[in-house]
Design a binder for this molecule. Structure first.
Ligand code: FAD
Ligand code: MLT
Ligand code: ZN
Length: 474
């Protein structure tokens, strides 16, 4: 925790927390919802990937929008920096303090406000855990339009603030499309009610988009209204083994043509990535070893129809050798076991030691090229150099693991990986955001004019810069 932990950032001119500040917070929230003991605050200071840590000794847990408003109004007036936090599953160091920023945890704002069975619109507080929402919606014949490996901990406010993608974006689109309305609290404590639950509402600028994907730098998301699809009657999951990356692309093209209307997810995993899950977490694969794997899911309304289509598709694609091996199931426990092979990759890597994680969009034909190129650059100096991800969205999670952090390895990966992505006109952050780890690289994906306008917006929304300082913008 030395001052030069992050040599490229200096603590801003913010006030230091004192007893008067703590007294205000305790009077407002009560003793139990103000954490001040360093050991209680520890888990709020370290990110999921264990790449970034702060040293805040103040975590606040409001229960209402009014309390969030009063906290921010006080922090703004007293120039206290704040780091909004949801489930702390973010992967770019955006959710934890960098220095001693106050952590504003939304975890106690976890009420569902309404579910409309007919329109499928859910209105809830920002701290609701994604999996909990999905379970509750099932009672109404509905489901959340997004799903990700972190569903058991991540919160909808965090999902919205990162515009999280996940495993079914291919079918249901991103949160920019599905979020109908938002209630947010600005840095000065002002409550902005844009909680419209209407599908169509073109009355002026769409202010909700200021908050979707802004990573807590423009306001705190306290409530959301989301359009939810009907829960499918039939779900099938296939797991395939293929010889080459080209075979994955052929399988994807044909799946879109032959299964288009029921296809709900199309993911890929390479041999080293699956090796981590099988080795460290002892999850078993239902098929033999292959250089690459495809996992595709269908969601439809008639299981017999869907299965007929899937079996015809598999017969053709295995018949001509594009796919070497495969299994398909609609049994929940078997589907869960297959999803584990994909969803638990990030968790498995943590057992290697240090994880260098990249989340990039590349043109599909070049999707896997980053892994090949980096293997050449890094040779046998790393434990793993591999890739997996959302083929359907052109989004690869390129990963390098080592026993422990190495500056030399970091220098051999960055900024090369960003230059490579930029040359191919990709994105240096497909779905995880910029957070603390990438502001200095944002220019690889955004023009100077775009960055300038983002800075102007930040000044307008948060003139004292108290919300998530050191993050998102360079
Ligand atoms: P946090 O991690 O707490 O915060 C993330 C950012 O949002 C921070 O900048 C924080 O300040 C801000 N924030 C949080 N809550 C609020 C709020 N209420 N108001 C304002 N700002 C807020 N991401 C994907 O996109 N797709 C995936 O498939 C995916 N899979 C994952 C799998 C695993 C195993 C893990 C660990 C992570 C995964 N992620 C994925 C990344 C992460 O889970 C998502 O970004 C998630 O949306 C973060 O939600 P959270 O509640 O944990 O937010
Ligand atoms: C995923 O798709 O599994 C997530 O985005 C997390 C990761 O990058 O591993
Ligand atoms: Zn992902």
């Amino acid at each position: 925790l030395t001052k030069d932990r992050y040599p490229h950032v200096k603590r801003g001119e913010f006030a230091k927390l004192d007893q008067n500040h703590l007294k205000f917070f305790r009077d407002l929230l009560g003793e139990n919802r103000v954490l001040n003991d360093p050991s209680d605050c520890e888990i709020y200071n370290v990110d999921w990937n264990r790449n970034v840590r702060g040293y805040s000794d103040c975590v606040l847990k409001p229960k209402t929008t009014q309390e969030v408003s009063q906290i921010l109004s006080f922090c703004n007036e007293h120039r206290l920096a704040v780091s909004p936090q949801g489930g702390n599953t973010g992967l770019v160091g955006g959710s934890v303090p960098v220095f001693d920023e106050i952590v504003l945890s939304l975890s106690l704002m976890n009420n569902i406000i309404s579910v409309d069975d007919t329109s499928g619109i859910l209105v809830c507080e920002g701290g609701c855990v994604l999996e909990y929402l999905d379970e509750q919606l099932a009672n109404h014949g509905l489901m959340m339009p997004l799903d990700l490996g972190a569903k058991g901990s991540c919160q909808i406010g965090g999902n919205v603030s990162t515009n999280a993608g996940g495993l079914r974006l291919l079918r249901y689109g991103n949160l920019q499309g599905n979020v109908l309305g938002i209630e947010a609290v600005k840095a000065n404590g002002e409550i902005l009610d844009c909680l419209s639950a209407l599908k169509k509402d073109n009355t002026g600028f769409h202010l909700k988009h200021l908050f979707i994907g802004s990573e807590g730098a423009l306001g705190v998301v306290t409530k959301v209204a989301i359009q939810c699809p009907a829960k499918p009657q039939a779900v099938n999951l296939a797991f395939l083994g293929v010889k080459s990356f080209d075979n994955i692309l052929t399988t994807f093209r044909r799946a879109k043509r032959e299964l288009g209307e029921i296809l709900s997810s199309f993911e890929m995993i390479d041999e080293q990535s699956i090796g981590a899950v099988m080795g460290h977490l002892k999850v078993k694969s239902p098929i033999d070893n292959h250089p690459f794997y495809v996992l595709f899911e269908t969601q439809g309304s008639n299981d017999a129809h869907d299965q007929e289509k899937i079996h015809r598709f598999l017969e053709n694609i295995m018949g001509d050798g594009t796919v070497l091996d495969g299994t398909v199931t609609n049994e929940p426990s078997k589907m869960r076991a297959i999803w584990d092979l994909r969803e638990r990759i990030a968790e498995a890597f943590l057992h290697d030691g240090y994880v260098f994680k990249y989340d990039i969009t590349l043109p599909l034909e070049k999707f896997y090229s980053i892994v090949d190129v980096m293997r050449e650059r890094l040779g046998s100096d790393v434990l793993r150099c591999c890739g997996y991800g959302h083929i359907g969205d052109g989004n690869i999670h390129f990963t390098v693991t080592t026993k422990e952090f190495s500056k030399d390895i970091l220098k051999r990966i960055e900024p090369f990986v960003y230059e490579f992505t930029s040359e191919l006109k990709g994105s240096i952050s497909a779905e995880h955001g910029i957070g603390f780890r990438k502001p200095q690289y944002i220019h690889y994906s955004k023009s100077d004019a775009a960055i300038h306008l983002m800075k102007e917006l930040k000044k307008l929304m948060d003139p004292k810069g108290i919300l998530n300082p050191y993050k998102v913008l360079p």
